[in-house]
Structures are given as C-alpha cells and as structure tokens.
Design a protein around this ligand. Structure first.
Ligand SMILES: *[C@@H]1O[C@H](CO)[C@@H](O)[C@H](O)[C@H]1NC(C)=O
Ligand SMILES: *[C@@H]1O[C@H](CO)[C@@H](O)[C@H](O)[C@H]1NC(C)=O
Ligand SMILES: *[C@@H]1O[C@H](CO)[C@@H](O)[C@H](O)[C@H]1NC(C)=O
Ligand SMILES: *[C@@H]1O[C@H](CO)[C@@H](O)[C@H](O)[C@H]1NC(C)=O
Ligand SMILES: *[C@@H]1O[C@H](CO)[C@@H](O)[C@H](O)[C@H]1NC(C)=O
Length: 480
C-alpha cells in the first residue's frame, strides 16, 4: 500500500479533478470471486484512478482497515441482521466499528438485501429491515456519528408498477406503499438519500426500448413526457421514473443517488467490452456535468459504477461479468473514472502475478459419453461456464472445446492444482493455448485473498449470496 505522502498526492489530484465537478463517481467492489484482489491493492487502484467513493458489500474489519486514512468515502453493507435485531445489538456493532468511523470516511450503511424488492413477497422481513434501519441510525446518532453516516436501503425497478411507458407513469407497487411512506419520512428526517440500483440491460428489455437507448449520446429513440420533458436514454428515464414515484409518495425533494449502474462484458447477447466501453463513455461525463434530468435539472447525481471486478462465484450467470478489470488487475476496456471523458485505460492493479501458461483440456475420449457429461457438469457446477451459454463469448465452439473449457476453468479456479485436472482420465495438462479468436481459455492469477473468511468467522453462508439472489428474483418479477 502507498505511503501517507503518496496518499496525500493522490488526494490532491482527486481534489483537482473534482474542482467544478460536484456529482461523485464511485465504484462498487464485491468479493464473490475465485481470484480476489486484496483490499490494499484495491485502495491503491482507486486512488490511482481518481475514484473518491467505494461501495462494498460487507463491513468486515480487514476491509475497513485497508481504507483507513485513504480519504476514500466508503459505503458499507450489513447483511447479518440477526446481530442487529434490537437497539443494543446495533449499539454494540457501532462500537465495534467505532475506530473505523473515526479514521475513515464511512458515509452510508446499506441495510439488508433489497428489502423492498423482497418485501413484495415477505413483509415480515421488510419490517425487520426497517427496524434495523431505525435502530442502527439511532445508535449512530447517539455516539455522535449521525451527521456523517446514514443508514439506507437500495431499491430496484421491480418495486415500481410494471408497464411504464414514460417516467410520469411510475408509481410504487401497492403492496409496499405503507412501508415505503414510513421509510421515506425517516430518510427525509435524517437527510439520507434514496438509493436506486439500475440494471439498464434488463430495464431496456422490460420497458421495451431500442437497444441504443442504453447510451447517453446522440439520441435515437425519444420518449416524450409531461411538461415537454424529453428522454433519450435509459439512465435518465429510470432516474426520473423513481423521482415521479417519490413525488407521488409526497417526497418530491429527497436526494436520489444511483448506487449501481453498469454493463456486462460476457454471458449475455449484448454484453461485450465494446458495448460496456461505449456505455460508460457517454454516461460518466454526463454524470460529472451535473446536467441533471428533466425533473431535476442541474442536480448532481452521485453514481456508482458496477463493478470493479468480475464476480465469477455469483449464482446468477448474468451477474458474473460486470467487472471493469480482469482478475489479473488489467482493465478490460477504456473508461475514465474521473468523469472527464478522456479516452484512457484506467491504471492496472500492481503486484498481481499470473500463474504459468498451463491449461487443463479434454482428451476427446467419447467411449463413455455419460462419464464425459458427468465430468463436464461437475466442472461447470463448481466453476464458471457462463461464457459457454447462449450469448456468451464461447458459445460457438465445438463439443470437445466445450468440455476443455469447463475442465480448464475448474483447473484455474483451483489454482492449477494438478489434482484438479483428473476428470476420471479424460483430461491432461498442456502448455499449448487452446483459446480461439473469440473465446479465451483463461490462465488465472496466483492466489490472493482466498481464505474462506465467512467460515472462519463462524457464518454459515456468505451474506452476498442473498444480495445476488435478488437478480434471480428480479428476473422472475420482471418477466411475469
Ligand atoms: C472516536 O471518536 C470519538 C469522538 O468523536 C471518541 O469519543 C471515541 O473515543 C473514539 N473512539 C475510538 C475507538 O477511537
Ligand atoms: C459487441 O456486440 C455488438 C452488438 O451485438 C456487436 O456489434 C459488436 O461487434 C460486438 N463487439 C465485440 C468486440 O464483440
Ligand atoms: C477411453 O475411455 C475408455 C473408458 O471409458 C477406456 O477404456 C479407453 O482405454 C480410453 N481410450 C483411450 C485411447 O484412452
Ligand atoms: C461459428 O463458427 C463457425 C466456424 O467454426 C463460423 O462459420 C460461424 O460464422 C460462427 N458463428 C458465429 C455466430 O460466430
Ligand atoms: C456447449 O455448452 C453449452 C453450455 O452448456 C451448450 O449450450 C452448448 O450447446 C454446448 N455446445 C456444444 C457444441 O455442445
């Protein structure tokens, strides 16, 4: 990690980049991946790229420790709500994290996993989350941190009634209106923001829009709304849809920030690096221009880019390829995270080593076909085969290559352990690169921070699993 004086220099650069730019561009970092960056590498990477705020899906101390003194604003999450059930539990938690509040810039604490989206099906869980929102904020207020640190929820478009044609049609679903009204009053009292997490590739489909509506650039499709408002891209459309829904809940002035927005680079028909690059190339300068939206002209919209790295252990294939960076710390595409719109690659992460150029491949023996399928399925179940799926970058390879791809992914997930290339005699290790022009058979990086810390801490499952199951849920909700 960089020394204090280098940190100071970075902060100065960040401050200079910030002059005249009010809206914040942050970045999200999840750790559901086999090849995990270590927190100090991430802090360095953010500072080098002029990123001033980060959202993490945890409040683990190793991570808080790494951000201490970096000056980077931090959005934490609390997912293990059993320890926050009442005020005393919340106070204990706040006290256990106090030294980090004192020494780093924690701004928001996300409570739970999309409680309103899940609240459509589980009211008790929603009410439980609202209690935590209150109690945790009260504990923060009582130790004198309430002015700086706010408890919030994150929200998604499946909380809105479906079949929206224009933003002014938007309204929260009836089942959650009561709790929404209560939550909004609380956020207003605390001067806390309402956080919208966007999944533009989904939203384009559910709102039946031209694919080019994804981009903030020259208008293709134009959607006209009340008071001469004109929408030319999905970001402003979804933002103002929420503002309309909030107006209808008598919360017209609440600050709305975007806690997640991004574009996948694989595993999805319209997901590749050139589309992702184009998406951010239009979006980020728009955000830093403080242009605002038709309903909120000139309003700075704090926006969090999703995400720093891929998360190849997420259960939903679709969410596995949202990283700006490969696991080797090199950027996948050009993006200027300061919002200045420069045509640049972000800096690479330092100190990450690749493993040797070795791959595990299938020997092509089909005598026992059911054994081949069994081994293929085993490998895919325990690693990431999403690139093979329809729309993925490796969807057009032969059956033999398919099996090799799966075997190799498993082998690399296991850090090239030779015992991970057995597959009942169907595989061998090779130094000849099996990649094709479209489909990369990756060689992974050496072990970083992979210990299973959830088990070590006595948790039974990773809290992030519930974060991502939202995406499965949202699929269900979106499509019915
Ligand atoms: C944190 O700061 C507060 C004052 O703002 C102080 O009372 C408290 O002792 C500090 N706690 C730690 C652990 O540094
Ligand atoms: C990305 O996808 C678009 C649309 O499907 C396609 O036109 C373009 O060639 C693709 N780019 C790459 C690099 O695959
Ligand atoms: C192919 O696999 C079968 C068992 O499924 C084995 O008996 C046979 O020897 C293998 N062939 C070769 C050429 O390795
Ligand atoms: C798939 O691969 C074949 C050759 O292997 C090629 O002719 C074809 O155009 C490819 N299709 C796509 C959609 O890339
Ligand atoms: C390769 O595997 C994918 C995913 O399991 C499947 O959709 C595809 O049809 C397979 N391709 C071949 C040629 O077997």
């Amino acid at each position: 990690m960089a020394s204090k004086s280098i940190h100071f220099l970075y902060l100065l650069i960040i401050w200079m980049a910030k002059t005249g730019v009010e809206a914040t561009i942050g970045i999200n970092w999840g750790r559901e991946n086999a090849q995990r960056l270590i927190p100090s590498q991430v802090v360095d990477l953010l500072l080098q790229n002029g990123v001033r705020e980060a959202r993490v899906y945890t409040s683990r101390e190793d991570l808080l420790q790494a951000f201490t003194g970096s000056g980077i604003g931090l959005m934490l999450s609390v997912n293990d709500l059993s320890i926050l059930r009442d005020y005393n539990g919340c106070m204990k938690w706040v006290q256990s994290r106090m030294r980090y509040f004192n020494s780093s810039s924690v701004r928001l604490i996300y409570v739970g996993t999309y409680p309103f989206a899940f609240g459509l099906k589980d009211k008790a869980q929603l009410r439980g989350n609202i209690q935590v929102l209150y109690n945790l904020q009260k504990a923060l207020n009582d130790v004198g941190w309430g002015h700086h640190v706010k408890t919030v929820f994150s929200h998604t478009s499946n909380e809105l009634k479906p079949n929206i044609r224009k933003p002014s049609d938007a309204e929260f679903r009836d089942e959650i209106k009561l709790e929404m009204a209560e939550t909004l009053r609380f956020l207003e009292q605390n001067n806390a923001p309402f956080v919208v997490d966007m999944i533009p590739s989904f939203e384009l489909e559910i709102f039946k829009m031209d694919p080019l509506f994804a981009f903030v650039e020259k208008p293709t499709q134009v959607i006209k709304d009340l008071n001469e408002a004109v929408y030319t891209n999905i970001f402003e459309f979804v933002y103002d849809a929420f503002v309309w829904a909030l107006i209808k809940m008598k919360a017209p002035n609440i600050k709305v920030i975007v806690g997640q927005v991004g574009w996948p680079t694989d595993g999805y028909a319209r997901g590749n690096t050139s589309i992702a690059e184009r998406f951010f190339k239009g979006l980020l300068p728009y955000v830093s221009s403080n242009k605002g939206t038709p309903l909120r002209p000139g309003a700075p919209i704090d926006t969090f880019v999703h995400a720093l790295t891929d998360e190849n252990k997420l259960p939903d294939f679709f969410m596995r390829h949202w990283g700006i960076y490969h696991s080797n710390g090199k950027p996948k595409f050009k993006i200027d995270l300061t919002g200045l719109g420069r045509d640049i690659y972000p800096s690479s992460a330092k100190g990450i080593m690749r493993m040797p150029e070795r791959w595990c491949v299938y020997n092509g023996n089909r005598t026992d076909y059911s054994m081949v399928m069994k081994q293929l399925n085993y490998a895919c179940m325990n690693t990431d085969c999403s690139s093979l799926k329809s729309g993925g970058s490796c969807n057009n390879i032969t059956f033999k290559q398919n099996v090799s791809f799966a075997f190799n992914m498993y082998f690399q997930f296991k850090f090239q352990d030779e015992k991970a290339c057995l597959f009942n005699g169907l595989s061998f290790i090779t130094v000849e690169n099996p990649s094709t022009p479209e489909c990369t058979f990756p060689v992974e990086v050496v072990r970083g921070q992979q210990e299973n810390y959830y088990k070590a801490k006595g948790y039974h499952h990773s809290p992030n699993n519930c974060v991502v199951s939202l995406f499965l849920l949202s699929l269900l909700l979106f499509w019915n």
